[in-house]
Ligand binder design. Structure first.
Ligand SMILES: Nc1ncnc2c1ncn2[C@@H]1O[C@H](COP(=O)(O)OP(=O)(O)OP(=O)(O)O)[C@@H](O)[C@H]1O
Length: 255
């Protein structure tokens, strides 16, 4: 089977021999198209490093990453930039919206840098805004929007180019519980109705319970995996909490 994402023996070390940090230490896993997967683990377990390697922000020390059969670990320069723009969408904890642009223009920019025609840009941004229920804030600047609106705007920007893979790093981290719930609903909608493939790093068992699969990291390695199967969100949440409590010790501060 052709996987959307395939990670083979990924290694990322920081520092030199005298003070080496094995942030990602031989990780392998695959994701299929349409999956919504969470990565959980204690602070310092390597979650963000793993995501940064997949997003091509960090160079890997060893191993291979394939996205849609393309080996991203081999791409450089212009090819790498183009690949990132076309195949990847990003949602960050602190939104990363441009303060000088309206919500509409922030979303439009993702298409404009791909040289999309203005009428196509207009159509796609409107469609995505309607899907994520933010058309009423289209003319607002980020400082005029709530955290939840900003994050849905960031989701629209990540989705509007129809990337192969959406990478989200603690997307609910800066949100209150109501906004977090709405954002998670948006991510779930993007996954189930718009067929987006999403990989999300989170500390939070509630956020992870919105996904179909949770990969647990510890000391740079994958050490457990849960699949939601036919469980309700609440049942899945309880299983995630159970794993965290069973593992105890190091992971107590995950939730
Ligand atoms: N640029 C860097 N230089 C050196 N060490 C780094 C760098 N970035 C991360 N590390 C180290 O790599 C390890 C993994 O860090 P990482 O940020 O991936 O963990 P994390 O699981 O995302 O943590 P958190 O949940 O706190 O964000 C940590 O020990 C960290 O100190």
């Amino acid at each position: 089977m052709e996987h959307l994402l395939e990670i083979q023996n990924l290694i990322k070390y920081y520092g030199s021999k005298s003070s080496l940090t094995k942030a990602v230490n031989d990780i392998s896993f695959t994701m299929e198209k349409g999956e919504f997967t969470a990565i959980m683990g204690a602070s310092g377990s390597g979650k963000t490093t793993l995501l940064n390697c997949i997003s091509t922000i960090d160079r890997v020390t060893g191993g291979h990453i394939f996205i849609n059969q393309e080996e991203v670990t081999k791409l450089k320069g212009n090819k790498l930039m183009k690949f990132r723009r076309r195949q990847l969408g990003f949602v960050f904890q602190d939104f990363h919206l441009l303060d000088t642009l309206t919500a509409f223009d922030n979303i439009a920019l993702a298409l404009q840098i791909q040289n999309e025609k203005p009428e196509i840009v207009e159509k796609k941004v409107k469609e995505m805004g309607e899907k994520l229920n933010i058309t009423d804030v289209f003319q607002k600047y980020p400082y005029e929007m709530s955290g939840g609106q900003k994050q849905r705007c960031a989701c629209a920007r990540a989705m509007v180019t129809e990337p192969a893979l959406i990478l989200a790093d603690e997307p609910t981290g800066a949100l209150d519980s109501q906004s977090a719930g709405m954002l998670l609903g948006s991510l779930q909608y993007m996954n189930t109705d718009l067929d987006a493939t999403i990989l999300m790093v989170t500390h939070d068992a509630f956020s992870a319970s919105y996904t179909q699969r949770v990969l647990f990291m510890k000391d740079g390695k994958l050490f457990h995996e849960l699949r939601r199967g036919k469980d309700s969100r609440k049942e899945f949440f309880d299983r995630i909490i159970h794993v965290i409590s069973l593992l105890g010790g190091d992971l107590n501060h995950v939730v």
